[in-house]
Design a protein around this ligand. Structure first.
Ligand SMILES: C[C@](O)(CO)[C@H](O)COP(=O)(O)OP(=O)(O)OC[C@H]1O[C@@H](n2ccc(N)nc2=O)[C@H](O)[C@@H]1O
Ligand SMILES: Nc1ncnc2c1ncn2[C@@H]1O[C@H](COP(=O)(O)OP(=O)(O)OP(=O)(O)O)[C@@H](O)[C@H]1O
Length: 300
């Protein structure tokens, strides 16, 4: 059996520049990958069936992004007659869905990466990222597995390093539909594009971006709308604001604050009102799934 993590992400910056003819939005975002997330167990099946056990996640198997990613990967390969592989995937969810932390997307990316390894498909990362992009805009960053600046609909990625920080992520008791927020006429879609050079101004490329510069550019164009629709999200963010600047991630519902140490994040978490769930996580440059796959490959 192969067990792999599916980490969460935060959008440290999220700017919406406009809407494309296909309805998708042009955006600029800074993806921070975290060391915290779901976990997937892959067990080969000899009967050629793909099955997914998703615990408390109450959605039909064929709608689960894990199932859809496995099907899509298998369809992209010409298998020799009689050699169609099967797999049973057990998904252990820790990440709230509809939280803007990319849980479903990351599960799908880990499925593509894990089955590429298990089934020995040998597809390059670029191909896996393209397969993922067809399932969701957030999947390519998890397939590539680097904290990154993103443009386009989120698939044009430039890896970027960010200083070591620890995040307290608070999940209010509500789920936000990404489609609902992106289709709302009140969403602000006219942010001016910034350049990576502007983001980095005065910072040598090899130096990780620090909190000072990140706070200058931080902000999420979905935040005002999401908070007006879900007052609980505003309450949670305002509670976090007592420690340091706090922001919405993705289209919510989760909000976050960065801390310089795990201990500072932990002591804030200890004060979290019982009505909300929360977790702390370190920001990482390289996804834990890539670290684990690299270890497996080197021991093969
Ligand atoms: C908000 C973010 O989480 C930021 O990282 C992502 O852009 C959302 O990515 P995602 O959840 O993978 O999104 P998808 O599953 O591809 O699309 C969900 C819905 O959001 C809309 N959507 C998504 C991404 C994007 N750049 N523009 C959009 O308008 C799509 O029209 C769709 O109705
Ligand atoms: N494996 C999965 N885990 C969670 N949600 C899934 C999964 N597969 C499909 N979904 C569906 O996708 C929807 C969005 O879930 P997800 O956790 O990706 O939201 P999110 O955190 O807001 O993501 P994003 O930041 O990508 O917008 C859920 O409401 C659920 O119906």
């Amino acid at each position: 059996m192969l067990t792999l993590p599916a980490p969460a992400k935060l959008n440290l910056i999220l700017r919406i520049l406009g809407r494309r003819p296909d309805g998708y939005h042009e955006l600029q975002t800074l993806f921070q990958i975290l060391d915290y997330g779901d976990s997937l167990d892959f067990s080969p099946r000899s009967d050629g069936i793909i099955s997914v056990e998703a615990g408390a996640l109450d959605i039909p198997e064929e709608d689960n992004l894990v199932y859809r990613a496995a099907q899509r990967l298998r369809q992209s390969i010409q298998w020799q007659a009689g050699s169609l592989p099967g797999v049973h995937i057990r998904l252990s969810k820790k990440l709230p869905h509809g939280g803007g932390i990319g849980g479903g997307s990351s599960d799908a990316a880990t499925t593509l990466l894990g089955l590429n390894h298990l089934w020995q498909c040998n597809l390059p990362i670029e191909t896996l990222a393209e397969l993922g992009r067809g399932l969701g805009a957030d999947i390519p960053v998890f397939v590539r597995g680097r904290t990154a600046w993103a443009e386009g609909v989120g698939e044009e990625l430039t890896p970027l390093s960010i200083e070591n920080r620890h995040y307290l992520v608070v999940a209010p008791d509500c789920q936000v539909s990404t489609a609902k927020i992106f289709s709302d006429s009140r969403l602000t879609r006219d942010s001016v594009a910034i350049t990576l050079a502007a983001l980095r101004e005065g910072h040598p490329t090899e130096k990780p971006l620090g909190s000072d510069i990140l706070e200058t550019f931080s902000g999420n164009d979905c935040q005002a709308l999401v908070e007006s629709l879900y007052p609980e999200v505003r309450d949670a963010r305002e509670w976090l604001q007592q420690f340091a600047p706090s922001h919405l991630t993705g289209t919510g519902s989760c909000v976050f604050t960065a801390f310089p140490s795990a201990q500072a994040a932990r002591s804030a978490l200890a004060k979290l009102p019982r009505k909300w769930q929360g977790f702390i996580a370190a920001g990482v440059q390289v996804s834990p799934v890539h670290r684990q796959l690299a270890k497996l490959t080197s021991s093969d």
